[in-house]
Design a protein around this ligand. Sequence first.
Ligand SMILES: *Cc1c(COP(=O)(O)O)cnc(C)c1O
Length: 458
Amino acid sequence: MPKNQFTAADQRSLQARRQVAVDAATRERLLTTDDPVIGLLDVTALRESAAELQAAFAKFAAPGQPVLHAFAAKAASLVPVIRLLGDAGLGCEVASPGELALARAAGIPSGRTVLDSPAKTASELREALRLGIALNVDNRQELRRLDDLLDEGHASTGQTPPIGLRINPQTGGGSIDAMSTATSTSKFGVALADPGARAWILDAFRQRPWLSALHVHTGSQGMPLSLMVDGVQAVYELAEEINRSVGHAQVTSLDIGGGLPVNFASETTEPTFAAYARLLHERLPGLFDGRYALVTEFGRSVAAKAGMVLARVEYVKEAGGRAIAVTHAGAQTAVRTVFAPDAWPLRVEAYDAAGKPKSSPPLPQDIAGPCCFAGDLVARDRELPTLDADDLVALLDTGAYYFSTPFSYNSLPRPAVYGFLVHPDGEASFATIRPPQTVSEIVFEAGGPYVEGISGMR
Ligand SMILES: *Cc1c(COP(=O)(O)O)cnc(C)c1O
């Protein structure tokens, strides 16, 4: 849109800011014939989302009640993104040594970091104890491993960081099996309704005064809010039972996980953090009466709407009566959408080579990616303005789990990611979040330095 027409309302609109960014990214040659796919993140949207999350819980929290919002690193595993969210007051939830290193590189303090993972190694546990990072134990064997480490004196300065137990409330799955973590047979946490589990948990807490938290994360995407609250309720009631049974407030912290679903079907943010916090407060007022410190671990809902994948159309063609746009956005940057298209449909926008929204006649088209397998499609039979070579396509709501979670199929490079800020005058500025991966980096990661390694074996 011409800059003199950019209004204050436009500046508040995700879509208007996106159009400015696509136009500016094209003019500034962030997207070129050699770098034909990039990720773009709207800095304003990210900051607003962090602020909405904090306001949603602050509205109901008791005065002085600690609430830590630990952004799930896996949703956007990019150091500058974690830093921006940290500057906005968030912490970080990590689930591997790599994610912990990202959080530390982003400057997230130990006291705002939470370690989850169903497969923590002994050295990960030792490191978390040394750094004083909160951690959630997944299972009985991990708890015994922790007993041994604490006996050996592996806690920093004799002070144990908050240690919690992950509970699988077995309250049921949502609409995507692979993302549902509270089914009766889920691999996560201690299955609460299994025979003997409650008694074992009560005993485990009675024997370990340093166990002070409970953790639940019932699923990611496809989870109705009421089912998410069911999971939190199970853990809240368990905390009350443990505290009654040991005779004092041993459980002082409840980590309610993340998993707020994202609406991929339209521009609307729905459900909102505010709606979820309201429902939690309505059904579980005790959660907000100040007796428990609260921890949340949202990922997708913080970052998805802020991001897009922008890719060039290399060719258009036809096969068997179907129009196909061969673009540079495929499984390497949209792995879930390509492999599970029904669970992860994405909105696609069409732009011309100059980065202006396209208005050619609509046509059902397949939007294909560059990978060498037939299923590498990010949209099928999608009605879009008729695309041509050199046009651009934008995959919307991809700020979480898309360009930040690349798939190195066909030795395609990890695309560059840029943050953008749209100013009141309708100008956009960009900052690098991650440069494009170079071909020599690809060779290195493919064992280049060990080229003779096996050939010399006799
Ligand atoms: C993935 C994950 C999250 C984040 O889930 P979102 O759906 O991105 O909010 C939070 N906690 C745990 C334990 C997770 O595995």
